[in-house]
Ligand binder design. Structure first.
Ligand SMILES: C[S@@+](CC[C@H](N)C(=O)[O-])C[C@H]1O[C@@H](n2cnc3c(N)ncnc32)[C@H](O)[C@@H]1O
Length: 216
């Protein structure tokens, strides 16, 4: 999607993808994959997700989000007052363990950060249409180092039943996008007939999948 699309979603509060509660598959599965030394997580296209707070209890969290409204609301709604600084391409809002880089993901340079133990992708990959997916994943890969693991959540529904976002991603898509990486589908949730966050998607089948991905 073009950046204007997302700016308008936030300006008009068309943010049905936002969930007030923590992501269930995160709470259920993440703890068993944490290693003793893990301390840093990167959350691309983070919106104002409460999952940032979940990570911040034990991790340094770097989030990235295009919308200044989302970044402002994240801190405001959680009664946090961030320090704000400006770099050439980003406004950086920081409070405690959380730093949100407000600006374009594709301008964020991985080498300017210490290595991340985790990358958390909830509704980021599935937000990009097919023609932007490889571009998104190749930039994401610049944040994946030897010990980085990706906690990736996708949605799958029968092709063509709706036009995204969210876009449907099959296991074979994940395998093609992350060819050469170790990919494990750890869990699935059948959301058929249920809401995806605040949205009812008119699809005949809806499956959420959790993948853990790492460099081989
Ligand atoms: C479907 S939402 C998901 C938000 C969040 N991950 C969540 O789970 O609520 C996709 C988010 O990606 C952001 N986004 C889209 N394009 C972006 C870009 N080029 N750089 C940074 N953020 C972007 C949008 O503003 C939007 O908040």
């Amino acid at each position: 999607m073009k950046q204007d699309f997302w700016h308008q979603c936030w300006e008009n509060t068309h943010i049905g993808f936002h969930q007030d509660e923590l992501q269930p598959l995160l709470i259920e599965h993440f703890p068993q994959y944490i290693e003793a030394d893990d301390s840093r997580v990167f959350v691309p296209c983070c919106g104002k997700t409460s999952d940032l707070l979940y990570f911040s209890k034990r991790f340094k969290v770097i989030g990235n989000e295009l919308s200044s409204i989302a970044c402002r609301d994240f801190f405001h709604e959680n009664k946090l007052v961030p320090n704000i600084k400006q770099t050439l391409r980003f406004n950086v809002l920081e409070q405690g363990n959380i730093s949100l880089y407000q600006g374009d993901f594709f301008s964020l340079q991985a080498h300017t950060f210490k290595a991340f133990d985790w990358v958390y992708d909830r509704a980021a990959l599935i937000a990009f249409p097919e023609n932007m997916r490889s571009q998104y994943v190749s930039h994401l890969k610049t944040f994946i180092q030897e010990n980085t693991r990706v906690f990736l959540l996708t949605l799958e529904y029968p092709e063509g039943e709706i036009s995204g976002p969210p876009f449907s991603i099959k296991q074979s898509d994940v395998e093609a996008l992350f060819a050469g990486y170790e990919i494990t589908r750890v869990a699935t949730r059948d959301l058929t007939g249920q809401k995806f966050a605040k949205r009812s998607l008119p699809v005949s089948k809806l499956i959420e999948s959790l993948y853990i991905i790492k460099a081989q």
